[in-house]
Design a protein around this ligand. Structure first.
Ligand code: ATP
Ligand code: MG
Length: 149
């Protein structure tokens, strides 16, 4: 792991934007001097998994926000895609689970992405929550502890 500025998110988002011309990616990142201790490879891969889901499951507009609060870096990734029903939302962190959201038969995947993301967030002593409304969109909220000085 390495200790990085919470501003590492900006670079990640800028790079992602370059790869997705047809998607509107908006970001509201709070400037901060805080540091987080992260495994950069795994944390980056985890966040890219979430962004890829947002696009894959119908999102055309993605909003990414971050702020530091209660000694946590709080990141939110919100999309306007197909959403997940309340019942199925409970299971998305299970290995190989894929929700039966509409049109999913056209969307390929193994159901491993969020399982991996969950493991990575837990390994950082963080937390992750999904909120979703079918046909409206999905929001992923991640908290990662700020490194104390
Ligand atoms: P993989 O990521 O392994 O390629 P996957 O995308 O199907 O496959 P996960 O990323 O683990 O698997 O997601 C689990 C399921 O949760 C998905 O199959 C999908 O039904 C649902 N899901 C995840 N993210 C979203 C999202 N942003 N909008 C709607 N549904 C989602
Ligand atoms: Mg996925």
């Amino acid at each position: 792991t390495s200790v990085v500025s919470t501003n590492f998110l900006q670079t990640l988002i800028n790079d992602y934007r370059l790869s997705k011309n047809d998607i509107t990616i908006e970001s509201q990142l709070e400037e901060s001097n805080s540091l987080v201790e992260v495994d950069q490879f795994h944390m980056t891969t985890a966040l890219l998994n979430i962004l890829d889901n947002a696009v894959k499951y119908g999102g055309t507009e993605i909003l990414i926000t971050s702020k530091t609060m209660n000694n946590q870096l709080q990141v939110s990734i919100q999309d306007n895609g197909i959403g997940i029903s309340k019942e199925q939302l409970k299971r998305v962190f299970e290995k190989f689970y894929r929700a039966e959201n509409q049109d999913i038969h056209n969307i390929k995947g193994l159901g491993l992405g969020l399982y991996y993301v969950h493991q990575i967030v837990k390994a950082h002593e963080g937390s992750i929550v999904l909120e979703s409304k079918l046909k409206h969109g999905t929001q992923v909220l991640i908290n990662i502890p700020i490194k104390k000085a």
